[in-house]
Ligand binder design. Structure first.
Ligand code: PMP
Length: 360
């Protein structure tokens, strides 16, 4: 090993879902929204002044921050924005988790959490979810350096009640509790109203799922003013200009089209409910989802084999190798057309003569 190599920060990187660039594939592997963003977003993007790109963007992203404050009826100073919620979460780990006592998050959750903990040298422990993939609240009542909970959880798709999260926040007033609500718009219970009561609660959201804007990289955190100030100080110490002019504009524009947003959500949820039934008819065990994806397994075929067979047909779903979940597949809800094509391929793979007439 060369001398300089001893000084290199070594990490096991997060493995992002595949982003195949070919056409004619069905992409159900990274929980994106199958529908485009609101026409108001398109208009805002098209009217972005390219000449202004010569200047740096507003370091405070004020247009977007103020639009979020008013959309969620929050006070000045309660919103922080970043380059996707991955950026916001990673900065939150760096800002709030500086104790020698391990932080806590479940054994099965967003697989980026252990990677950030590792890269920032934050000790962590992962209390196992119970046999139904639910959090045991008692596990979060011991001494810890902070807590992260994805609600609804990924990849399990299962949501917790706001009152259960509140119990955890209440039992942990001396540390910051981060609730990652990436999927909450699809039917989860938010803890946002609790930020007024608990100054140790940070709620993180994204534009990547419910707002159909994964490509623009917009995420945000909401919490007490002191939390947001601390987060902003750390961000300003790393990179002042994180949000591009275009993402600030389109992010604000998306909030101005509530009707489109609600219709889009309803479409995804309807597809999910229909798809859940269709999968159950085909012998799948489907976890109860409050997200835009389903987490499923089949008794007769392994997760790995099904993943590979679907991939051969250019249908991309997500498979994880972790011991407790290796028989499962995580399937993002696409359009109804895409889900019909997916189900037809499944039937071929399962070699079952199930009535393929899809019921919508
Ligand atoms: N949290 C969870 C639970 C997620 O599944 C994802 C998507 N991979 C993210 C956060 C990050 O999403 P983004 O950076 O696109 O906002």
């Amino acid at each position: 090993m060369k001398e300089w190599e001893k000084n290199v920060r070594r990490v096991n990187p997060y493995i992002a879902g595949e982003q195949p660039q070919e056409d004619n594939i069905i992409k159900l592997n990274t929980n994106e929204n199958p529908y485009p963003p609101s026409p108001k977003v398109k208009k805002a993007y098209e009217t972005t002044q390219v000449d202004k790109f010569a200047l740096y963007p507003d370091p405070m992203s004020s247009e977007l921050v103020q639009a979020l404050e008013s959309y969620y009826d929050l006070k000045r100073g309660q919103v922080f924005v970043g380059v996707g919620s991955d950026d916001v979460l990673s900065l939150s780990f760096l800002t709030f988790f500086n104790s020698d006592v391990p932080i806590l998050f479940p054994d099965i959750t967003y697989s980026f959490y252990p990677v950030w903990a590792d890269v920032y040298r934050i000790p962590f422990e992962c209390p196992p979810l119970d046999d139904n993939f639910c959090i045991r609240i008692e596990d979060y009542k011991k001494k810890n350096g902070g807590i992260v909970i994805a609600n609804p959880n990924a990849p399990t798709s299962i949501g917790m009640k706001a009152s259960q999260i509140e119990e955890i926040v209440r039992a942990n007033r001396d540390v910051v509790v981060i609730v990652d609500e990436a999927y909450v718009d699809f039917g989860g219970e938010t803890v946002l109203p609790l930020i007024e009561r608990y100054d140790n609660l940070l709620v993180v959201r994204t534009y990547s799922k419910s707002r159909s804007m994964a490509g623009m990289r917009i995420g945000f955190a909401m919490g007490n003013e002191a939390l947001i100030r601390a987060l902003t100080d750390v961000k300003e110490s790393i990179n002042s200009y994180t949000m591009t002019m275009a993402s600030i504009r389109v992010g604000a524009a998306s909030l101005a089209d509530e009707q489109y947003f609600q219709e889009n959500l309803a479409k995804v949820v309807t597809t999910r409910e229909w798809c859940e039934k269709e999968l159950e008819r085909r012998g799948f065990f489907v976890l109860p989802s409050q997200t835009n994806f389903l987490f499923v397994r089949h008794e007769q075929i392994s997760g790995q084999e099904l993943f590979e067979k679907l991939r051969e047909q250019k249908i991309f779903v997500r498979h994880f190798s972790g011991a407790r979940i290796k028989e499962y597949l995580r399937i993002t809800m696409g359009t109804d057309e895409q889900m019909k094509a997916f189900l037809l391929q499944l039937d071929k793979i399962l070699e079952k003569n199930i009535d393929n007439k899809v019921h919508l």
